[in-house]
Design a binder for this molecule. Sequence first.
Ligand SMILES: [Zn+2]
Length: 183
Amino acid sequence: MHTIGAIAIAGIAALAAALVMNGGDPPVHNSKEKTLTWDTLKPEETSPKRDDKLVLTDAEWRKRLKPDQYKILRSHGTDPAFCGILEDNHLEGEYHCAGCNLPLFRSDDKFNSGTGWPSFLLPVARKNVWFRTDRSYGMTRVEVLCAKCDGHLGHVFPDGPAPSGLRFCINGNALSFVKKVVK
Ligand SMILES: [Zn+2]
């Protein structure tokens, strides 16, 4: 009895020590992008340089995109809430830019925000998106754009769940979903 009791106490002590060492941190998320939070999210305001930048004329974009995609990506539009484009998609895979196919978000980072737009905790990588201060409609918001084609994706807000505390509110028409292939 004494031995079992001692083991139990040792177990509790080890658990307590582990909790103290952890410092009460939120659970580690499996996203590759772990450092982005509202405090570290500094809008660069201007399009970042990239070797693979996709620059097309307006006529070329109109030819390449469906009208609903053009309205969001190239004309700063917003899908109606609950319009049904990818918001309710629960399949495993990646969400790419509908304009240039750059991977932007992963299904692991998607959550149901109840807002009516696809919502993500984090992008695939910080360098795949860029941020700009958007003062339209009498509000100050942070606009999210694709780093490769500069397409408008949506906005990011500081009211998301842990661990990032971010809510990437993204238009479904700015995204194309690539289902994970099970090998
Ligand atoms: Zn793009």
